[in-house]
Design a protein around this ligand. Sequence first.
Ligand code: DGP
Length: 114
Amino acid sequence: MTDCIFCKIAAGEIPSEFVYEDDQVVGFRDLNPQAPTHVLLIPRRHIATLNELRPEDEALVGHLYTAAAEVARREGLAEAGYRTVINCNADGGQTVFHLHLHLLGGRRMSWPPG
Ligand code: DGP
């Protein structure tokens, strides 16, 4: 999508350092980190929200989580733990409408979330 900031990041049109990259998914650090490690994993293909997922996207979403676990290992978070979050629409706190998985770690998370 031409006016989507995350599409532009995935396409390399906005220079960004990828902490993870493959043919389906890229990962980069959040502009406004909420934890010592805060990485966003996104599909290269534009999907606006979780609501737009189709059955044929199931492997892609599974792959997003596999990529998150790989980044968590690389960042040294796996043993201590970390949190993954996908926000959906206004009540979920979504502000960028290109599906993204937050990987947060490096501090103890609280529950319930705010
Ligand atoms: P959400 O609220 O779940 O839609 O999360 C969007 C996140 O994206 C938010 O934590 C800030 C981050 N973000 C927004 N614009 C940019 C950007 O241009 N670059 C990077 N690296 N992160 C961004």
